[in-house]
Design a protein around this ligand. Sequence first.
Ligand code: NAD
Length: 252
Amino acid sequence: MYSEFIGKVVLITGAASGIGRATAVRFAETGTKVVVADVDQHGGEQTVQRVQSFGGTALFVRADVSKEADVAALVQKTIETFGRLDYAVNNAGIEGVSAPLTDIKSEDFDRVINVNLRSVWLCMKYELPELLKQGGAIVNMSSVAGLVGFSGSSPYVASKHAIVGLTKTAALEYSKQGVRINAINPGVIMTPMIDRIASANSEIINQLEVAHPIGRTGNPEEIAAAVVWLCSNEASFITGVTLPVDGGFVAQ
Ligand code: NAD
């Protein structure tokens, strides 16, 4: 399955942890060479070791995706090392502070927008010229918080809704040039991000499980499988969609 990935190159942001790491492993299992981009050097190197442990190819590049110079250097390093870029997964993100809108400082709003949203725009700006050389696919990581509101998370919800609009617009601009661009809306996925949220409220995991019609939270591998499928030829007629992978959460 997915033999088209052999020898291809994928760049994944936020790949030192959680969904990004699982996606790096899943791509590498298909024979794709993986660029692991993150601010977390230790976690990024652990992801590279996981990939190398089964004979896969991966390179860690330290990059803060909210900084244009870092994103430009990340794509340049990818091309210098592997000579091409076929797929990109713009996944890095932060949860931000949880508080009512009036209690959130404007600098906290700006931080979430810069890391979650501006980064996706910046990454596509530098990834697309490389993808356009031979065609490819991009997956941007939104959230169910990109489709419905969540009380107490106004910056995060705004950033994830905006990723949906950005994805649709980018898909329209490049659909005739061989680059498909889609987004995924994960439900609650058990990663270090959710561990941090749960550390402040031990009851929350039970509440989150019940909130998903399927009766449980998701795991990072379930998102990774959807990302790889969206990049594959199996999804060759799919562009500009935003796909909930959420145990039925937004069907309610
Ligand atoms: P995580 O915290 O486990 O991983 C996020 C990664 O992004 C970390 O490795 C972190 O170092 C990196 N990162 C943060 N800021 C960065 C920056 N400025 N530059 C580069 N890297 C940076 O979280 P996760 O749950 O794996 O989340 C991955 C993505 O999925 C995020 O965009 C998140 O909003 C989204 N998401 C997660 C869930 C969930 O329930 N876990 C649900 C919906 C959407």
